[in-house]
Design a protein around this ligand. Structure first.
Ligand code: CP
Ligand code: NVA
Length: 306
């Protein structure tokens, strides 16, 4: 089987994604029925974290366990990675001892260099540029709740960050539209999402207009990990980019609200919206578990029967 990584959303094509979603549905259903499924027995996942995490660590660690394998957690503080061992050397060693690697780090370039020297599949668990596992789970959740996403409109309100870039890539692969509204000075640049020419993206100065008629409204923290020094400045710039009831009211009546979490109520979203009837954030978080199990199965075993 060819070695495949998942470093950006577009590393999977539409057919791969449809397959992974079908497997995620089956794996989730079996898990809910307490049916054991251990296709990754004796396989080991290494999780390398250079930034904090709750959901990503839990979902990968529990997921690997549920598939019959083991997961090992490494962080920069306690491993040689924090003491200057070259990424290329770490990749050579780690990939001789383990079967699959998940990395959460800063620049995308770091994970690309790791993957270039790895003998085993590498998964992006978040970089400054992308968060592909999260968007995979988000789209799986949308389909579960509302059906096909093709032709739908996703409204992104807030920072043009890793989540926003990944939504733009996903729109290209799966043929839906993204309406983005960011404060002045924080505009999205599609080139930073690896897109050179896209007709799936539109920019709006007014966040209310970005939400008009949307099928899915979503946002994220104003300050992502690694950008903490800009926090105070961002709080001022983003004050009007808070998803509230007025924005949800102009969206499609069947629109859902998503947030990758952790959330800051009263900043990027009101408590009324995130805790309200249109919010699917807990299903979205849970689906990280099932979608990533399907992703690991796909990267390690390819297309399986049954
Ligand atoms: N959404 C997400 O990736 O959460 P964590 O930072 O807790 O992993
Ligand atoms: N954009 C956020 C997502 C956290 C899951 C960050 O990078 O910190």
């Amino acid at each position: 089987m060819d070695l495949r990584h998942y470093l950006q959303f577009k590393d999977l094509d539409r057919s791969d994604i449809e397959y992974v979603f079908e497997r995620a549905r089956i794996i989730k259903d079996r898990f809910k029925r307490y049916e054991a499924y251990h296709p990754l027995a004796d396989r080991t996942l290494v999780m390398i974290f250079e930034k904090a995490s709750t959901r990503t660590r839990l979902s990968f660690e529990a997921g690997m366990h549920q598939l019959g394998g083991a997961a090992i957690y490494l962080n920069t503080r306690d491993s040689q990675l924090g003491r200057g061992e070259p990424v290329e050397d770490a990749a050579q060693v780690i990939s001789r001892m383990c079967d699959i690697v998940m990395i959460r780090t800063y620049e995308q370039e770091i994970i690309e260099r790791f993957a270039a020297h790895s003998r085993v599949p590498v998964i992006n668990g978040l970089t400054n540029e992308y968060h592909p596992c999260q968007i995979l789970a988000d789209i799986f959740t949308y389909i579960e709740q509302r059906g096909c996403i093709q032709g739908r409109t996703v409204s992104w309100v807030g920072d043009s960050n890793n989540m926003c870039h990944t939504w733009l890539q996903a729109a290209e692969v799966l043929d839906f539209n993204v309406h983005v509204s960011t404060p002045p000075g924080y505009e999205v640049e599609p080139e930073r999402a690896g897109l050179y020419g896209t007709d799936h993206f539109e920019s709006f100065a007014d966040p209310l207009e970005a939400c008009r008629g949307a099928d899915l409204v979503t946002t994220d923290v104003w300050t992502s990990m690694g950008f903490e020094a800009e926090n105070e400045e961002r709080k001022k710039a983003f004050a009007d980019w808070c998803v509230d009831a007025e924005m949800m009211a102009v969206a499609d009546p069947k629109a859902v609200f998503m947030h990758c979490l952790p959330a800051h109520r009263g900043e990027e979203v009101t408590a009324e919206v995130i805790d309200g009837p249109q919010s699917v954030v807990w299903d979205e978080a849970e689906n990280r578990l099932h979608v990533q199990k399907a992703l690991m199965e796909f990267l390690l075993l390819g297309r399986v029967a049954g």
